[in-house]
Design a binder for this molecule. Structure first.
Ligand code: SIN
Length: 544
């Protein structure tokens, strides 16, 4: 297996730290994964600092619609949840990690309820559970109809506000890790905007870092991810020697509202739960094209639906397909999907009377920082949880509503082991990595390269073009050192590794769809592509 070698910055160019502080543990990110880790660590370690790039609620958790999956309903079992997760993951899941997820999931959700999260209930008082793609049972708990993430985020923020021992620093971008002589964590550099004495770049010396900084959706021009999802955590970890795994498995959500060819950035999600409640896909002639595609039809796993939509778009030369949910009726829409209803209406589409235009868009990174069953990366003192991590539960295609659960379960696990593994506070070793930075102005070009050549449908020619163009971008040096340049360099670093992994995986599996290799190839590709970096030089290896 050939291993591409590319040059991206070994560390980010940044001003020398103008301030210094210390903590036992720094948690980077403030969604379900980060806040759960911080809350569970409370009382076990003395000083916990939560840093977040924007405000506390700006990450992906807030936007989650469908809900959180767990075997909580009558007759459901963790084994059935495990089976659905493995099938969706297309042979690339870590079975042990999946078992942890489904077995610990129900208790983790009950804990979230005990914390004050108000999930929806049926008229008989039972937790209301719905179904999404790939699930054979109703097992998705939801809140506020389609505002599950917002409710979970609210409850977690309320708990954090009652925990004075957890210090929160908002508007703080993690620039790079500081490493000790042994290659383990000694701290990190942060850029903080407008925090009084802590303004600009500073150094936080600490004994462990928990990355919970979310995904990489902004690599693509259209994504359901918020603006903060620029792959920072993955890039920071990679530069520090952490292994990234399964980057090529980027999930494209099948039903993202299509807003026109020029629409860019975060796009409105139309939750799978809408199909779970009976909506179905049609083409421009009204054909229900998911029937006959899969035994679950419109509720097939996400990759199957996204591919069917793309195929129909290509065959008919259309930019999107349609979702028909008119028969659900006004009262049902208003009660069950108030957020989606309001958003669609704000774009001039009334789902009660109109078909909704939908097309696949980037939604979720199944890969990330490779971790063990306790959230540990290969770098001593560095843990990862949530979308930034690759715990092995998602394989080649995440099962719907398993992402909030993953963050919850593995953050609890990190908090179980981390206090017993705390490193001493060590001085950072001299940093010999080569600094670099690309201009923020390259970002649109980068997204365009990734969207047109490394998007939902891939082939060798497009991928070769993409890697060549990305290499050219890596040769441009920023004149201005600012957040836009740091984020763009992180996006470029992750894009390069992602495109390399997608090139090497000459098969179609889960969310990785190769036009030129349309079959799954278990003989050559049952393993995982691991990316490592040594001072800006990345290499990939296929490991089992
Ligand atoms: C959705 O509501 O369709 C998204 C849920 C998920 O990504 O798991």
């Amino acid at each position: 297996m050939s291993t591409p070698v590319r040059r991206v910055p070994g560390r980010l160019i940044a001003p020398e730290p103008g301030w210094t502080t210390a903590a036992d543990v720094v948690v980077v990110g403030s969604g379900i994964a980060g806040l759960t880790a911080a809350l569970r660590l409370r009382g076990q370690v003395e000083k916990i600092l939560v840093v977040t790039k924007d405000v506390l609620a700006a990450g992906s958790t807030q936007w989650a619609q469908g809900g959180i999956a767990a075997a909580l309903g009558p007759g459901d079992t963790p084994e059935e949840h495990e089976q659905d997760t493995l099938v969706a993951g297309a042979g690339a899941c870590d079975r042990e990690a999946v078992r942890v997820l489904v077995n610990e999931g129900p208790d983790a959700v009950r804990e979230l309820i005990a914390l004050g999260t108000n999930f929806d209930h049926d008229p008989d008082g039972e937790l209301s559970l719905t179904r999404e793609g790939g699930h054979h049972r109703d097992r998705i708990a939801h809140a506020g109809g389609d505002a599950t993430g917002a409710e979970i985020q609210r409850a977690l923020i309320a708990a954090i506000e009652q925990a004075p021992e957890i210090e929160v620093v908002q508007h703080a971008l993690a620039v790079d890790l500081l490493l000790a002589e042994d290659g383990g964590v000694a701290g990190l550099t942060l850029h903080v905007m407008g925090e009084g004495q802590r303004d600009g770049v500073g150094a936080v010396h600490c004994r462990a870092v928990v990355l919970a900084s979310g995904g990489l959706g902004q690599v693509f021009s259209q994504t359901t991810n918020p603006a903060v999802s620029t792959g920072d955590g993955m890039a920071v970890a990679l530069r520090a020697g952490a292994v990234l795994r399964d980057l090529e498995f980027v999930q494209f959500h099948p039903t993202v509202m299509y807003l026109g060819p020029d629409s860019h950035g975060q796009q409105p999600l139309i939750s799978e739960a809408v199909r779970g409640e009976g909506a179905f896909l049609v083409d421009f002639e009204g054909n229900r094209f998911m029937q006959g595609e899969h035994e679950l039809a419109d509720l097939a796993p996400r990759d199957v639906v996204a591919k069917a939509i793309m195929r129909r778009m290509i065959e008919t030369g259309q930019q999107h397909m349609w979702l028909d949910a008119r028969h659900l009726g006004r009262e049902f829409w208003e009660r069950r999907f108030p957020t989606i209803l309001a958003t669609a209406r704000s774009h001039g589409v009334d789902p009660v009377t109109d078909l909704i235009p939908v097309a696949p868009a980037c939604h979720y990174a199944s890969g990330g920082v490779r971790t063990d069953l306790w959230g540990r990366s290969n770098v001593p003192g560095l843990y990862a949880t949530g979308e930034v991590a690759c715990s092995g539960v998602h394989g080649a295609n995440r099962l719907a509503s398993n992402s909030l659960l993953e963050g919850l379960v593995f953050s609890r696990r990190i908090a179980d082991v981390l206090p017993g593994e705390l490193r001493p506070l060590l001085p950072p070793a001299p940093d010999t990595r080569t600094p670099g930075l690309v201009p923020g102005g390259l970002r649109r070009e980068l997204e365009e390269i990734m969207t047109t050549r490394v998007g939902v449908l891939r082939n060798a020619t497009g991928l070769a073009d993409a890697t060549g163009l990305l290499d050219k971008l890596a040769g441009v040096t920023a004149e201005v050192v600012d957040q836009e340049s740091w984020e763009t360099t992180n996006l470029l670093t992750i894009s390069t590794a992602l495109a390399d992994a997608a090139t090497l995986r000459e098969e179609t599996r889960g969310s990785h769809w190769r036009e030129d290799f349309p079959e799954r190839d278990d003989v050559r590709f049952s393993g995982h592509f691991d990316v490592v970096m040594d001072d800006g030089t990345t290499t990939l290896e296929l490991s089992s």
